[in-house]
Design a protein around this ligand. Sequence first.
Ligand SMILES: *[C@@H]1O[C@H](CO)[C@@H](O)[C@H](O)[C@H]1NC(C)=O
Ligand SMILES: *[C@@H]1O[C@H](CO)[C@@H](O)[C@H](O)[C@H]1NC(C)=O
Ligand SMILES: *[C@@H]1O[C@H](CO)[C@@H](O)[C@H](O)[C@H]1NC(C)=O
Ligand SMILES: *[C@@H]1O[C@H](CO)[C@@H](O)[C@H](O)[C@H]1NC(C)=O
Ligand SMILES: *[C@@H]1O[C@H](CO)[C@@H](O)[C@H](O)[C@H]1NC(C)=O
Length: 536
Amino acid sequence: MDNLIPTTMLRKKIWLVFFAMFVFWYLLLYGAGWESLKPSSHNQENILKVSSDTHQDEDGFSKIDMVSTDESRNASNVSDNDQNPSVYVFDPNETKKSCEGRYIYVHELPSRFNNDLLQQCKSLSKWENMCKYLANSGLGPDLGNPQRLFLSSGWYETNQFSLEVIFHNKMKQYECLTDDSSKAAGIFVPYYPGLDVARYLFSSYNMSVRDAASLDLVKWLREKPEWKSLWGRDHFMVAGRISWDFRRVVDEDSAWGNKLMLLPETQNMTMLTIESSPWNKNDFAIPYPTYFHPAKDDDVLQWQNKMRRTKRRVLFSFVGGARPKMERSIRGEIMDQCVASRRKCRLLQCQEKSNKCLRPAYVMKNFQISDFCLQPSGDSFTRRSTFDSILAGCIPVFFSPGSAYVQYLWHLPKEYTKYSVLISEEDVKAKKVNIENVLSRIPKSKVAAMREEVIKLIPKVVYADPRFILERVEDAFDLTVNGVLERVNGFRKEIREGKSISLSFDEESSWKYYTFGLTGKHEWDHFFLRTKNRTW
Ligand SMILES: *[C@@H]1O[C@H](CO)[C@@H](O)[C@H](O)[C@H]1NC(C)=O
Ligand SMILES: *[C@@H]1O[C@H](CO)[C@@H](O)[C@H](O)[C@H]1NC(C)=O
Ligand SMILES: *[C@@H]1O[C@H](CO)[C@@H](O)[C@H](O)[C@H]1NC(C)=O
Ligand SMILES: *[C@@H]1O[C@H](CO)[C@@H](O)[C@H](O)[C@H]1NC(C)=O
Ligand SMILES: *[C@@H]1O[C@H](CO)[C@@H](O)[C@H](O)[C@H]1NC(C)=O
């Protein structure tokens, strides 16, 4: 009977295929377009019901059976092959996520807490005029594309301490802002505490000067009606320097930093920072800003593909300086090993003069030609360099879980061996391990798989250009907002259920509690001993 199919039916079949493809691409490209297709109400219900079902994948697409939207395409008229062709149908609620439960209210702070600091950009750092870094919404000067190392656009000379400004500018574009704080899931406090405290670091300002703005801010917050509803549990802010700058150990003028993160008010808030304290429960680490700030989804894909294709001639590299004054530091040993593995390791030393480490093109070039990038702790656990190396598709090698695994919980995968290598810093210090040997023993196929994991992380660790909106890619900002709101919603749920807020664990074990959900003995305990050599 096969060859007796009338030609009209054949034409119909082809037309059906074309129609299905058209619908597929239309929906793929113009997501929200369901209304404009105007299917019969019965079929729309049907589609929405199926797509709200369990088989959604990460991209916001649902694999569902095609439902005919018009009588002339009654499935029973066509042959078996064409019945119920599976297509991906765009669920408008997934990608254009509803704002329900995601509204954010942004406090309108007096300008002394943010904009006035930008006006003082010349005096924000003892070392450097910060004004140029405030250009382009906080991204810094455009880098162009020297030696075709980058892309034709999207690359900026971003300062590692600019996150407060970038994050605030991104928040101004957030899709679910509300003026009605009673509707808000979270309350954002656009204070620039890092810029504030930086004015007084490396100088002899007394404690009361250093603490003044922080104390002023929390007083301001506490007097607002928004504070009372949850006692600040729904409030969050970004402190774009490491936690230790805001946790003065003792109240002495000679001690480092201010006490922003120690105040009773900030204990109740979610404090976002580029390096959190493993021993405290109110701060959460989010990625340092890197040099790449895509303006559209395609920039991200282009960059990922470029990093997949790039030739990696060097097994491992290290960009950084020694820490001769820090007794615990393994930097010296690492640099010695790199020099000894001359043909396998590239060393870019950070020295006082003509500091190539501060030149993005040198740094990124090094990482782009390396399989592995060494990321030992410096003055503190974490480094901006970690994110620059991920950006370059270079597999990070850590020497302490404090450098990433217990830090960036919302941005990096739990299974750390898939995208990184951990070599114990104690073994390096004791000269019990040869880095080149460890890395060259990893099979090529495993290296390739790890690199692919790293490249997949790129969108999650970049902050997209705050002047544009990405359609599909979730960037570091999006993941941060999700993480904060999930935390706050957890508090609300506990309060609704009449439980006490689940922060009663031993604060000293915060790193274990947040990373693994437990506080008992752990094989990483030795990495987190508070030693005499460390001031915090
Ligand atoms: C989509 O969102 C709207 C508005 O929030 C809601 O009424 C509807 O039930 C949602 N549909 C699905 C399939 O989740
Ligand atoms: C499709 O065809 C079946 C069987 O011929 C029939 O029962 C059904 O009513 C038809 N549906 C439409 C929408 O025409
Ligand atoms: C499809 O089949 C149904 C009955 O099975 C018929 O009423 C309808 O006209 C057919 N549609 C087309 C387009 O041939
Ligand atoms: C701290 O320094 C400021 C300005 O230098 C000064 O006015 C103030 O009295 C000092 N406070 C204390 C407690 O020393
Ligand atoms: C912090 O929250 C608790 C309730 O969880 C509340 O009793 C306390 O007063 C809050 N602290 C401040 C400074 O508002």
